[in-house]
Write a protein that binds this ligand. Structure first.
Ligand code: SF4
Ligand code: SF4
Length: 563
């Protein structure tokens, strides 16, 4: 019995033909190792890993060959043991047909692992565990390839209400998660238990579309065991209605909890975090077994005789796994992913990467060319189908007219490129192509603008520095000139002083002698009022002096010693 959980609806969505039966008839098989593995260094969102090996080196299975670079990046590893024959630019599994740096390995057939040991995350700090997972190369395996270590953070509040495990797998043809859940349910939940502990999450809701009854049954058995181990009812399998794109993280969180995470906000702010079931499996392998991410389950389907899921070493050329399924003679294209959101490959030699959940072989019969594009009739069907609540026809109009600012005003970057709008458009307008074009143009312009800003800042800084140096030079020169002028003025004044003659010296001496005489006379002079006194006056003065002396004698005892 699936858990009784109140379900919520998300806006829009479509019900395409699912075509999942063809690849679910057989269990997952291990794809043979190819004669050459081409492992792109850039396999996740974020910075490109630095190469850690050179041509000629021997590498072991699981050895790190690309080190994570920057805050958002994830390591890559050798998928088997062998010799690095080149580190060079190779064609990428991308519609653009561009090349990127790859490590080319010639397997030695021994498949020799690096020493592996479990990582004791309970004794490690959260940062150490996240660093470990970054170096183990674990990324989201639902197709988004976002580095998982960045999502294993409970956010500000330090805990979460709900960990959502995404087993919805809503894209047509793709069944890799379905098969993984059927065959390895217990391991997925062991990984989920590790994530739950790291995120301090309350419940774990496992959302699976109701068109996968076997997967639901297998996960329920595993959930009962996990609940028994945790001694609580934390793990719940929830069957969700089949409606594309129920497997979008936002849509699934909305269906399971009713919470709509606004654009630009983190789901952890709302007590939620969502991981694909394949990612939970990879986290278990990394933490419990010490095995980095070197392989993934890939659905090979479409125009092939025997569609199937394979466990494929990363770096395996797509043509090698297509060959295992018997491609039909009229095959004319390879798509990585499903028909709704997948990317057309430049050819079938490109390697399987972490994002490759499906290798879909196409033909004109399977995917007939769309009828010619007609003008938009503003019927509004695209807006009704959009799960992101956007106005697709407005975004189309502005993208087509290259008025990118306006397209952004209509929240172009909220578009998840699900293709629902194009699927329902009666005018058969390839709407998503217009959005991808507009997004890439905006990114290119942003990059150019950033580069131009950096160049302008550098130029302005150089001008500023040159101006400052010029001013400093001028100030130094002015100071030097002023000092020189002062020195010259002093020298000139000295030079212009009149010379002293012997006559002038004699005159000075005479003046000084006269002044000295006047001073001596002044000292010898008596006061006018006591000179030429009569004898009576002198007797009177003597009497006065005698009285004063008498009074002084009488006052002596009353005076202090120091008076
Ligand atoms: S569905 Fe197509 S025709 Fe209708 S409004 Fe949208 S873009 Fe225009
Ligand atoms: S592709 Fe974008 S605009 Fe179209 S339905 Fe999906 S989210 Fe909406």
């Amino acid at each position: 019995m699936t858990a009784l959980q109140r379900l919520f609806k998300f806006h829009g969505g479509v019900k395409p033909a699912y075509n999942k039966e063809a690849s679910t008839g057989l269990p997952i098989a291990v794809a043979p190792t190819s004669t050459r593995l081409v492992i792109p260094l850039h396999q996740s969102i974020g910075g490109m890993p630095r190469p850690m090996v050179a041509a000629g080196e021997r590498v072991l299975k699981g050895q790190r060959i690309g080190g994570a670079d920057g805050n958002v990046s994830s390591a890559v590893h050798a998928s088997t043991s062998g010799t690095v024959v080149a580190v060079e630019m190779r064609l990428m599994p991308h519609t653009s047909g561009l090349s990127a740096l790859c490590v080319v390995i010639e397997p030695d057939g021994r498949d020799e692992w690096i020493p592996r040991q479990p990582f004791d995350f309970r004794s490690a700090t959260p940062t150490q565990t996240r660093d470990y997972l970054r170096d183990a190369g674990v990324v989201g395996l639902g197709g988004a390839v976002f580095p998982s270590y960045l999502k294993l953070n409970p956010g500000k509040q330090g805990k979460l209400d709900t960990l959502v495990l995404n087993g919805a797998e809503c894209e047509p043809f793709i069944t890799c998660d379905d098969l993984l859940m059927r065959e390895r349910a217990a391991t997925i939940l062991d990984g989920a238990a590790i994530m739950r502990e790291m995120l301090a999450a309350g419940q774990v809701l496992i959302g699976i579309e109701d068109n996968k009854p076997e997967a639901i049954a297998a996960m329920e058995i595993a959930a009962r065991a996990a609940n028994a181990a945790a001694r609580e009812d934390a793990f719940k399998v929830v069957s969700v209605p089949t409606r594309y794109p129920a497997g979008g993280a936002k849509q699934l969180m909305r269906v399971l909890t009713g919470i709509e995470v606004p654009h630009g906000k983190r789901s952890t702010d709302y007590g939620l975090q969502c991981f694909n079931v394949g990612t939970a499996y990879a986290i278990y392998e990394a933490i419990a077994l010490g095995q980095p991410l070197i392989s993934r389950i890939v659905t090979v389907a479409g125009n092939v005789g025997k569609a199937r899921n394979y466990e494929v070493l990363l770096g395996t050329p797509m043509r090698d796994i297509i060959a295992l399924c018997g491609p039909l003679p009229d095959s004319d294209r390879v798509i990585m992913g499903g028909p709704m959101m997948g990317l057309l490959m430049p050819d079938d030699s490109v390697p399987v990467v972490k994002a490759a959940n499906c290798v879909l072989v196409g033909s004109k019969k399977l995917f007939p060319p769309p009828p010619p594009e007609m003008p938009c009739i503003r019927c509004g069907e695209c807006a009704k189908a959009c799960p992101s609540d956007l106005q697709p026809f407005e975004m189309y109009w502005f993208s087509r007219a290259k008025i990118f600012g306006k397209a952004q005003e209509y929240n172009l970057f909220d578009c998840i490129e699900c293709g629902c709008c194009a699927y329902v458009c009666p005018s058969r307008i390839p709407l998503v192509d217009y959005y991808r074009f507009a997004k890439s143009e905006i990114w290119a312009r942003e990059t150019e603008k950033e580069a131009a800003d950096v160049a302008r800042e550098r130029y302005e800084f150089r001008l500023l520095r040159e101006e400052r140096e010029k001013q400093e030079k001028a100030a130094k020169l002015a100071a030097k000139t002023a000092a020189g002028r002062e020195k010259a003025a002093v020298a000139l004044a000295e030079a212009e002083k009149p010379a002293v003659t012997p006559e002038q010296d004699a005159k000075k001496a005479l003046i000084a002698a006269a002044l000295e005489r006047a001073r001596a006379q002044k000292e010898q002079a008596h006061p006018e009022n006591v000179s030429n006194l009569t004898p009576e006056q002198q007797a009177e003065i003597a009497a006065i002096e005698a009285r004063r002396a008498e009074i002084r004698e009488m006052a002596k005892p009353h005076l202090r010693q120091d008076d």
